[in-house]
Structure formats: C-alpha cells, structure tokens
Write a protein that binds this ligand. Structure first.
Ligand SMILES: [Mg+2]
Length: 124
C-alpha cells in the first residue's frame, strides 16, 4: 500500500483490509504468534488501551472532536483493535460479510424494532 494514498470507507473493501494485514503479518513471520488465543487476547489488550483513554471521563463527542490529540489516540486504538480483529478473521479463514450478516439477522430477531422502539434496552 502506498503510504500517501488516502483510503475511505466508501470505496475500500474488506478484502483489502484482510490482504493488507495478511501481508504485514507474513512479512514479519508473525503467523506463528497469531494463534486464535493470542489474537483474542491482543484484541482485548487493544480494547483496554481504548477504554483507558476514556476511563473516569465522560467526554461528549464534541469534546473528543475538539481535542486533536484525544481524537488521534482514540482513532489509533480503534485501528489496533480492528487490525487484530482482521488478523483473527484471517487466522480462522472467516468471511466477515457472512458472519456479520448472520449475526445482524439474529440481532434483529432478538431485538425486534416492534419491541425495542422507544429507547428501552431490555426486555419487558
Ligand atoms: Mg494500541
């Protein structure tokens, strides 16, 4: 990937992310470390780093956007979580579109918009 090339969500495919992470891992001979257990733990570590940025603070979205440093730090930790998640998907040879679609269908049934249509987050 050309470092100066700016991607965006509208025209970047999941396959691109999977291939980029695969090449990154293979070029460093890290496949032996990217076991399912290690990747799940790495996702949790990175999610912890993301969580730590907000610990004991309840920033509004506006406050986050008004702090370039905080927004950068949050963005980088989101990327770390995403990269390890993609590596886990690669390690397990999963199709993210399929698993996303299947789970969203389940979620739509579990949290039907007829029952959960007024901001309530739990079953009556
Ligand atoms: Mg990190």
């Amino acid at each position: 990937m050309n470092e100066n090339h700016k991607l965006n969500d509208l025209d970047t495919t999941i396959s691109f992310f999977k291939e980029e992470v695969k090449k990154f891992v293979e070029a460093r001979d890290w496949n032996r470390y990217h076991t399912p257990k290690n990747l799940v733990q790495a996702i949790n570590c990175e999610a912890g780093e993301l969580s730590q940025l907000l610990l004991f603070r309840d920033y509004t979205v506006e406050e986050i956007w008004n702090s370039k440093k905080l927004l950068t730090n949050i963005s980088e930790e989101i990327a770390d979580v995403f990269i390890y998640l993609i590596s886990l998907i690669n390690a397990l040879d999963l199709d993210l579109s399929q698993i996303f679609t299947n789970k969203m269908q389940k979620n739509k049934k579990k949290y039907s918009s007829k029952e959960f249509n007024n901001g309530i987050y739990y079953k009556k």
